[in-house]
Design a protein around this ligand. Structure first.
Ligand SMILES: Cc1cc2nc3c(=O)[nH]c(=O)nc-3n(C[C@H](O)[C@H](O)[C@H](O)COP(=O)(O)OP(=O)(O)OC[C@H]3O[C@@H](n4cnc5c(N)ncnc54)[C@H](O)[C@@H]3O)c2cc1C
Length: 462
């Protein structure tokens, strides 16, 4: 009997890989060290009050085609609520609503952006000129910016400090988890070209209407009813390597023979599974220690009264980037979730100080809430939230299979948001990596399924 394929890691990359393989009648064993699926994009039970909370708000966009396809196959796509309008705080006035209008793409945001007041007229003109440059750069042109910080591009197109602080940095930091000064320009340009400009559907924001963990329940059933095996709460400790192939995985509960292994774990975890012999045999493993991480802070706040008048709010120029209205919980508490991306400076703060700072930003955005005190709060620090998408990172992101490299371990496949997908660290990147790993293992060509650019946008180079 042919041994199964072992998939290590039950985050989105591992789930995507396992389901693709199972659909191709490959016997799969998915091993996940935690007792639940979802990895970084999941929920936990707060031991203080038993509430189920997401480790952080996770945003999906219309352009996340592979993730949305996975949600469809899991039967949970209807649990995503779509928000075409993004609300930007503009105190003391009402928030500005940035929403696609009647102008053909890439001009769909032009009307609401011109009407917005969170930026001065001069800053808006500068942003519009830079957007035109980004459009005319075209998809090919963005490659020439690979390996340089996005701030180089912004200074080349003469962006004033106000535009950087209140527009470019909030968008880029939210999407890539690094500000313009430290993010690879290629990825920032990809966000604007493919995420915001090429058509009006791609930038539409989706939020799960249920705790994230509920999105993965059908995956458990699909795997188990399809003959696969799911081993939750079991950690892989190492890979058995015979000098040519991986023959099995060693776990804290025994060992599993395998025909192939797909490692869908972050690079620091993968490094712990690979012996020096394996690393010497496969150049995809040589840079694992060089991948740096960027933190995200999520703060759950509970109030006795409603706080937000909009479903979410961007706080331009503030340390807190986003507020999300999570509705009223079963105890009647109004739940607000605050997110700080690239939260390096927040990692050493204690919870009371974190809450004080976030409340200061909330009072700035919504002056009517000044003096309000949350009845409960829970700060969730994720120090290794995403790989740091710094200039040059793509040179060390590994491919799913050894194809195209010299040597390499034939039956070792890699997946995870940090692999070479062309995407920044996102749920979409994780699912794409899983789809790529499964295609490579099955000997199929991977075909990215991107949203097509609108006709005028395509004509202009997007
Ligand atoms: C706070 C925060 C906010 C974010 N916000 C967004 C957002 O708004 N939008 C977005 O698109 N993305 C967001 N992301 C990024 C997104 O969560 C990740 O890109 C994605 O979930 C990564 O999936 P993955 O499968 O590659 O890795 P992971 O989710 O890390 O999965 C790896 C899995 O492997 C398991 N594992 C590790 N070692 C072993 C072992 N030895 N044996 C067995 N199992 C093991 C881990 O327990 C984990 O479950 C956010 C991330 C964080 C942390």
């Amino acid at each position: 009997m042919i041994p199964p394929v072992v998939v290590v890691g039950g985050g989105l990359a591992g789930i995507a890989t396992a389901l693709r393989l199972q659909a191709a009648d490959v016997q799969v064993v998915l091993v996940e060290s935690r007792r639940k699926l979802g990895g970084r994009a999941t929920s936990f039970v707060d031991p203080r009050d038993g509430a189920t909370l997401d480790n952080c708000q996770h945003v999906v966009m219309g352009c996340c085609t592979h993730l949305l396809d996975l949600y469809e196959r899991l039967g949970v796509a209807h649990l995503i609520q779509w928000h075409p309008t993004i609300h930007w705080a503009n105190p003391p006035g009402d928030p500005d609503a940035i929403t696609p209008g009647w102008c053909p793409s890439p001009g769909h945001f032009a009307g609401s952006f011109l009407r917005a007041r969170f930026l001065s007229g001069g800053a808006k003109r500068a942003v519009a000129q830079a957007m035109w440059k980004i459009i005319r750069l075209g998809r090919e042109g963005r490659h020439q910016w690979r390996g340089r910080p996005f701030s180089d591009f912004l200074s080349g197109v003469k962006q004033p400090r106000e535009a950087i602080e209140k527009f470019w940095d909030p968008v880029v930091t939210s999407a890539c988890n690094l500000p313009s000064a430290s993010v690879d320009a290629f990825h920032a340009l990809l966000v604007f070209q493919q995420g915001f400009l090429q058509d009006a559907w791609s930038p539409v924001m989706g939020l799960a209407s249920v705790p994230l963990i509920a999105l993965y329940d059908p995956a458990i059933e699909m795997l188990e009813s399809g003959g696969g095996s799911l081993r939750l709460g079991e950690s892989v400790l190492g890979l058995n390597f015979d000098g040519r192939r991986v023959t099995g995985v060693v776990t804290d509960e025994g060992s599993i023979d395998c025909s192939s292994v797909v490692c869908a774990v972050p690079p620091d975890r993968l490094a712990k599974l690979c012996s020096a012999t394996m690393t010497a045999a496969d150049t995809r493993l040589t840079h694992l220690g060089e991948v740096a991480f960027s933190p995200i802070l999520g703060v759950h706040l509970f109030f006795d009264q409603a706080v937000l008048a909009t479903p979410h709010l961007v706080l331009p120029g503030r340390a807190t980037h986003w507020l999300f209205d999570k509705g009223v919980d079963s105890d009647g508490r109004h739940h607000v979730h605050a997110v700080v991306s690239a939260a390096y400076e927040w990692m050493d703060l204690d919870e009371p100080e974190i809450v004080r700072r976030v409340m200061e930003d909330i009072a700035w955005a919504l002056p009517g809430t000044r003096g309000l005190v949350p009845s409960a709060a829970r700060a969730v620090k994720e120090k290794r939230a995403t790989f740091a998408c710094t200039p040059g990172i793509d040179a060390i992101r590994p491919t799913a299979s050894r194809d195209g490299i010299r040597g390499g371990i034939e039956n070792l496949f890699l997946a995870g948001d940090w692999c070479a997908t062309g995407w920044p660290a996102t749920m979409e990147g994780a699912v794409r990596s899983g789809d790529m790993a499964a295609a490579a293992l099955l000997g199929n060509e991977f075909k990215a399924c991107d949203v097509p650019a609108a006709p005028l946008a395509r004509l202009l180079g997007l």
